[in-house]
Design a protein around this ligand. Structure first.
Ligand code: ATP
Ligand code: MG
Length: 551
């Protein structure tokens, strides 16, 4: 491990692994896995699991983390999802090397294991339908009832299971079940289903199979086949751990990984469930999985989030065993912290108001110096052009200013950032509508660079662009997808007549800028082009997390 990388603080999982290494359990190997089901795009919750699993592997000498596509459910899975999963993990900064696996590659082995369970008297073919199975299962307070098929002979079970595989039966008519205990206080242990019939094509195995293993059966055995040492998963699998261990114990496998559960990430103002995210996509509430409002990694990336900020967030939230909800402000804080030091500052006027400097010569242009990032002088400076016709924000001018309004108003003087003091002399309006068309000002040539020689102070500093030297752009402002817990129909605001500094002409997606006083922005990777610039606001400058912290 490189010495510049900060040591992640120890958590209960890392402590377990450190202890195992001390006692030379697993011959000192550390093998973890990240096992997404390819039925959707990865979200920020998955990033937490990725950082834990790949992180732990990288911190330990010889440690390995497998990427396993848990593709045992033929109907909901798609190669589009597999491609997105791979590219998102790489983008986040992790590498599975040669350890890319598919649970479907184990179908034959899993079948053999199932046959073994039958032979040992640990599994049986059951003809109850789904409703009956549910009814027989009992409840948390009442024990279940044995299935009438529970005591079939090994011979009959073997014959039926083989015929299930051959496709002799309809979907839902038979299942293979583990024979455990219908009175177990843990409902997961009441003869769980191991295989079901599904006459459906699988994206990798085609029509070879019409029976598919259930998660609980496939998962522990996939872990075992791959020689996983620590199978790290989220808390909702705690009740499944006895089944995980039971299956591996009955089959007497060589490798019996340890399942360890941690609390899943929940975030305010969004949802982290692929099923619900898919609903947003299908119902066209968003433009796709990579809509910049989505909590998916591809959405966050398009929005302008950086992998470093997401990894830093995952480190800060830590790994614990009790469920909690993390304030999304923390994620934004991590992003600002990263971008503040790195993003080039530029000026962009989102809702332009025309300013004419009456005492500035027509046709003249001046090049003024502007630092690219005051936090980092090594980022250098650039020239910005000043001329007679400029734009400022509409809300930086007020004809009848309320108390404490320090921006431009009739008779008042303000500073234009990097440029001059200007004073408002006259307002030109549309006679009929009263709409302000342009504001006439004078400038003080003695204030070049933004300071006065006579020590005269102004309270407001405004950003601006020169009409002639700026370019048009569309800017998209985002709000949370969910407010309180209900869907927010106004989460996107498109501003189509923005004017931005000309350096943005070559803005590439994934290069972040700070638009002075507005926040951090990047070009949209899907809709932006040289002739039609589109910027996403990644995050505003307002820092609610700092406020939460200081309280
Ligand atoms: P979802 O509920 O979004 O469908 P899932 O758990 O069904 O998520 P999987 O593809 O099975 O999605 O997840 C792969 C891995 O990511 C699992 O090990 C799972 O525990 C982990 N994971 C999923 N969601 C979160 C989350 N919110 N926080 C932490 N880890 C998560
Ligand atoms: Mg799942």
């Amino acid at each position: 491990m490189s010495s510049s990388k900060p040591e992640p603080s120890a958590d209960f999982i890392r402590n377990i692994i450190a202890e195992d290494l001390k006692t030379n359990k697993n011959d000192g190997r550390v093998v973890t896995r990240f096992p997404p089901e390819p039925n959707g795009y990865l979200h920020i919750g998955h990033a937490k699991a990725i950082c834990i699993n790949f992180g732990i592997a990288s911190e330990n000498k010889g440690g390995v983390c497998h990427l396993r596509l848990d593709d045992t459910n033929p109907s909901k899975e798609d190669t589009e999802y597999i491609d997105s999963i791979k590219s998102d993990i790489k983008w986040l900064g992790f590498d599975w090397g040669k350890h890319l696996y598919y649970a479907s590659d184990y179908f034959e082995k899993l079948y053999e294991y199932a046959v073994q369970l039958i032979k040992n008297g640990n599994a049986y073919v059951c003809d109850l339908n789904a409703d009956e199975i549910r009814e027989y299962r009992g409840t948390l307070t009442e024990p279940g009832k044995n299935s009438p098929y529970r005591d079939r002979s090994v011979k009959e079970n073997l014959d039926l299971f083989e015929r299930m595989r051959k496709g002799e039966f309809e979907d839902g008519t038979h299942v293979l079940r583990a024979k455990i205990d219908m009175a177990s206080p843990n409902l997961t242990m009441r003869d769980p289903t191991l295989y079901r019939i599904r006459h459906e094509s699988h994206h990798r195995t085609g029509d070879k199979w019409c029976i598919y293993p259930m998660y609980d059966f496939a998962h522990c055995l996939s872990d075992s086949i791959e020689g996983i040492t620590h199978s790290i998963c989220t808390l909702e699998f705690e009740n499944n751990r006895p089944l995980y261990d039971w299956i591996l114990d009955q089959l007497n496998v060589k490798c019996h990984p340890q399942q360890i559960e941690f609390a899943r990430l929940n975030l305010t103002h969004t949802i982290l469930s692929k099923r619900k995210l898919l609903e947003l996509v299908e119902n066209k509430h968003v433009t796709g999985w990579n809509d910049p409002r989505m909590p998916t990694l591809s959405g966050l990336r398009r929005r302008g989030y950086t992998p470093e900020a997401i990894r830093n967030f995952c480190e800060r939230i830590g790994v614990a065993k009790s469920n909690s909800v993390v304030d999304i402000a923390l994620l934004e804080y991590c992003l600002r912290e990263y971008l503040n030091l790195r993003a080039q500052r530029v000026m962009a006027v989102l809702r332009p108001l025309k300013i004419i400097i009456d005492n500035y010569p027509e046709g003249k242009t001046e090049e003024l110096d502007a630092q690219n990032n005051p936090e980092d002088p090594t980022m250098g400076s650039r020239k910005i052009s000043f001329s007679r016709v400029l734009y400022i924000e509409q809300d930086d001018f007020c004809e009848n200013p309320p108390k404490n309004y320090f921006r431009l108003a009739p008779g008042r003087e303000v500073r234009l950032k990097h440029a001059y003091y200007i004073k408002c002399e006259k307002v030109v309006k549309n006679d009929k509508t009263g709409e302000i068309l342009e504001v006439h000002c004078t400038y003080d040539p003695e204030t070049r660079g933004g300071g006065s020689k006579d020590g005269r102070k102004v309270k407001g500093t405004l950003h601006w662009v020169s009409e002639q030297h700026s370019i048009k752009a569309e800017v998209r402002l985002y709000d949370y997808l969910f407010k309180d817990t209900s869907f927010n129909p106004n989460s996107l605001e498109k501003l189509t007549s923005c004017r931005v500094e000309s350096v943005l002409k070559n803005a590439l997606p994934e290069k972040q800028y700070q638009f002075l006083r507005h926040g951090y922005f990047c070009a949209d990777s899907v809709d932006s082009s040289k002739d039609n610039l589109v910027f996403n606001r990644t995050v505003s400058l307002r820092d609610t997390w700092a406020k939460i912290k200081s309280k």
